[in-house]
Design a protein around this ligand. Structure first.
Ligand SMILES: [Cu+2]
Length: 242
């Protein structure tokens, strides 16, 4: 580098520092591989991958107090199935079914149990530290969901086509991370990478996420026992029968 170009470069740097950097965006596409899941194998369903950027330096301001996200109980399904939120966010679990439901997690991310609650009511849980929270219903064995609690505001969940576009990101250095409920921690760790977010947009090469090594383990109810017979959905359950 000549003296002149060096000076010019420094001038550019100081200009950049003096002006507010335009926000950047990072887009890309994930693809699930080695899957046993019918939706992936037959329909190329690459939904439910959480993609996020953690700033290499500094921590973003926390979300405003009272920030609330929502996971609905409807048709014996938690919707959305995968919900990324920021640390400090509460999640409401409104029950829109004509039957009782529960929501609990006995995994490390956040242990909670809102109890059995009736149609038309809701329960709220605050998530105050980062982690992966697997959510179940204590009376419906097939119900499950995942809440991914993140210490960054820069995240997205992929739709079926696997595309993502993280927008309004301050330019700088970040760690890019992924989560999918059927990928092992080792697989996810290997995908973690440093990225530089420029002003303007950057596109990453396609990212394959292997599901190999994933083993389906039936979860237990909140007492650590196997689920018993499905309850009668007339709204009467052993736990609430007087
Ligand atoms: Cu339920």
């Amino acid at each position: 580098m000549t003296w002149h170009s060096h000076t010019f470069f420094r001038l550019l740097l100081s200009l950049a520092a003096a002006t507010t950097l335009a926000a950047g965006s990072v887009s890309g596409r994930v693809e699930l591989r080695d899957s046993q899941d019918a939706a992936v194998r037959k329909h190329m369903d690459f939904s439910g991958v959480v993609v996020w950027l953690e700033p290499a330096a500094g921590s973003p301001a926390p979300p405003p107090a009272g920030t609330v996200a929502r996971m609905v109980q409807k048709d014996k399904t938690f919707t959305p199935h995968v919900l990324p939120i920021r640390v400090g966010t509460s999640v409401d679990f409104p029950n829109f079914d004509p039957i009782f439901h529960n929501a609990f997690s006995n995994y490390n991310g956040r242990i909670f149990d809102v109890g059995l609650y009736p149609p038309g009511t809701s329960q709220r849980v605050l998530f105050s530290r980062p982690g992966i929270v697997r959510v179940f219903c204590n009376i419906h064995a097939n119900m499950s969901a995942v809440i991914v609690v993140l210490s960054t505001p820069y995240f997205e969940v992929t739709p079926k086509n696997g595309n993502f576009q993280l927008q309004d990101i301050p330019p700088g250095e970040y760690t890019l991370r992924f989560f999918h409920e059927r990928a092992t921690q080792a697989t996810l760790d290997a995908l973690t990478r440093r990225v530089t977010v420029p002003e303007g947009s950057a596109t990453l090469p396609a990212i394959g996420i292997s599901e190999s090594g994933y083993i389906v383990i039936p979860h237990h109810n909140k007492y650590g026992h196997d689920y018993t017979d499905p309850p009668d959905d007339g709204g009467i359950y052993p736990a609430v029968r007087k």
